[in-house]
Design a protein around this ligand. Structure first.
Ligand code: ASP
Length: 339
């Protein structure tokens, strides 16, 4: 039954992606896009060494994904694998390098979605596991539920044999200095706004035309114990549906939840016939941004088109796509985004 559904979806998608003109580029065989967080940073905030470090980390994660896709790997495996690499990279706010909560701990959030089965898995407030994205994957694959929180998420992870890690694994001096600055600023105010963030995410279309998305984060520096952002919420920070798109978001989570950014993009495409680019721009600028939020999304559709849309001044991002024998790729950090 599943394979008939897959066949029909593939036929529909192929005809929707077919090129009519002779000079049109050949169809996209696979595509991938990643982000390493969005925020208010420009060229002046990162020295050349820092820029080189971000470029090289983004390039490394992207290349791993490209290679896998080229060998025929499934999108859902690729997005998980890319995010695992980024969770181990202390430059980013996910896994190792995650920000500190106001209590000086790390509460990790992650979600993953598969566009073929339209299944998903998510964890929030996870503590002590090296790869939250793989715990989210296990929730999707090996549980009848889709979302676990706090201690329950930890119990589930342990039961699944997920790799644990001591608190010191996640600690970095950079995140600790931010925590101290935020603590000084905070007083009695609610979670302060971080000037630079580092959530990670990946979306991909594989050679079968299947989409997937994954997002992982430590959340926002000095967040209150128990605060949940958009990253583990499927429909806000993550989404995948072969009929429309795969989305991974980054930015001020409260606003992404309030406007359901990822599902907004999907709905605009499914019901409003908007293109991927139009839908992402409308969700980011006209909805989430209009309320005062900031951040962005990386997105792919089932034709392999890629959109990297943000209203913050910067977003660490990269994409690659294969058309015919040619692979096109790009790594970028700064804005402004020109709508
Ligand atoms: N969206 C994340 C959150 O609100 C943070 C980020 O993407 O920088 O938890």
């Amino acid at each position: 039954m599943k394979s008939i559904a897959f066949f029909l979806t593939s036929v529909l998608v192929l005809s929707a992606c077919q090129t009519i003109s002779n000079d049109a580029p050949p169809p996209t065989l696979w595509s991938i896009a990643i982000h390493g967080g969005a925020g208010h940073f420009g060229q002046e905030d990162l020295n050349l060494d820092q820029q080189a470090a971000y470029r090289s980390s983004l390039r490394k994660a992207l290349s791993w994904g490209e290679n896998e896709l080229n060998q025929g790997a499934r999108a859902v495996d690729v997005v998980e694998g890319v995010v695992r690499l980024m969770e181990d990279d202390s430059l980013f706010n996910a896994g190792r390098g995650a920000v500190f909560t106001s209590e000086g701990t790390h509460e990790l959030d992650a979600s993953i979605a598969d566009g073929l089965s339209r299944n998903c898995g998510a964890v929030t407030g996870l503590q002590g596991y090296r790869h939250p994205i793989s715990v989210a994957r296990a929730v999707m694959d090996s549980s009848e539920h889709v979302f676990f929180s706090g201690q329950g998420a930890g119990k589930f992870a342990a039961h699944q044999g997920a790799e644990s890690a001591p608190p010191s694994w996640f600690d970095t001096d950079k995140a600790y200095q931010r925590y101290l600055r935020a603590a000084k600023r905070a007083g009695d105010e609610p979670a302060p706004i971080e000037e630079k963030r580092g959530t990670v995410g990946c979306v991909a279309m594989d050679m079968q035309g299947t989409l997937a998305a994954a997002t992982s984060t430590g959340g926002m520096t000095y967040k209150r114990h128990g605060r949940i952002g958009d990253s583990p919420i499927v429909g806000a920070g993550t989404w995948a549906d072969n009929r429309t798109c795969a989305i991974s978001a980054t930015g001020w989570g409260e606003y992404f939840i309030r406007t359901g950014v990822a599902q907004d993009v999907h709905g605009r495409m499914l019901h409003g016939n908007q293109s991927l680019q139009e839908a992402c721009e409308a969700a980011i600028f006209d909805e989430m941004g209009a309320l005062g939020g900031d951040g962005g999304v990386v997105a792919v559709n089932a034709c392999g088109d890629v959109a990297l849309v943000f209203n913050s001044s910067g977003m660490f991002r990269a994409y690659a796509k294969k058309q015919g024998q040619t692979v096109k790729s790009e790594v970028a950090m700064f804005g402004p985004y020109a709508r």
